[in-house]
Design a binder for this molecule. Structure first.
Ligand code: 4NP
Length: 148
């Protein structure tokens, strides 16, 4: 079982986008039994909320389910629950290391791609959910290749 958690700041825009896309890719390959997939935010400001309406609309456009997804904060206990900590930007990496403690391997999603820019832009500020969708799709595709 491979246990993957996607991490951003608020867990309403980028990491739910990546979680839903990765779930969908895993489902397409009939690999659901081999994975535990979740997402979390380094801040708990939106705890209990559904993903941002821009993320929901973009995923709906691509017929990708967001069922059962609600924002939650990353906690120290996640350190034991997951093996792969996949962040959207460098500040997420720093905050994740601080929250988890220890020496878990923490990656940025775009580290797996050939893009020179390794940070997934935050559509909470840019408003560009299509750009974030495309980058998450590319990163998640590479992540699935890496883990299979
Ligand atoms: P996310 O985006 O980290 O991709 O979920 C944000 C969501 C909420 C806020 C900032 C970024 N906020 O300031 O509430």
């Amino acid at each position: 079982m491979k246990k993957v958690v996607f991490i951003c700041l608020g867990n309403i825009c980028r990491s739910p986008m990546a979680e839903a896309i990765f779930r969908d890719l895993v489902k397409q390959q009939n690999l659901e039994a081999a994975f535990t997939i979740d997402s979390a935010g380094t801040a708990g400001w939106h705890e209990g909320e559904r993903p941002h309406k821009g993320t929901l609309a973009k995923l709906r456009e691509h017929d990708i389910s967001t069922e059962g997804m609600y924002s939650r904060p990353l906690t120290k206990e996640d350190s034991e629950r997951f093996d792969y900590f996949i962040c959207m930007d460098e500040s997420n990496v720093e905050n994740t290391r601080r929250i988890l403690g220890g020496d878990k391997e923490v990656l940025r999603l775009l580290d797996l791609t050939t893009h020179t820019v390794k940070e997934v832009p935050d559509p909470y500020y840019t408003g560009d959910f299509e750009e974030t969708y495309q980058l998450c799709l590319e990163g998640c595709t590479k992540l699935l290749e890496k883990l299979c």
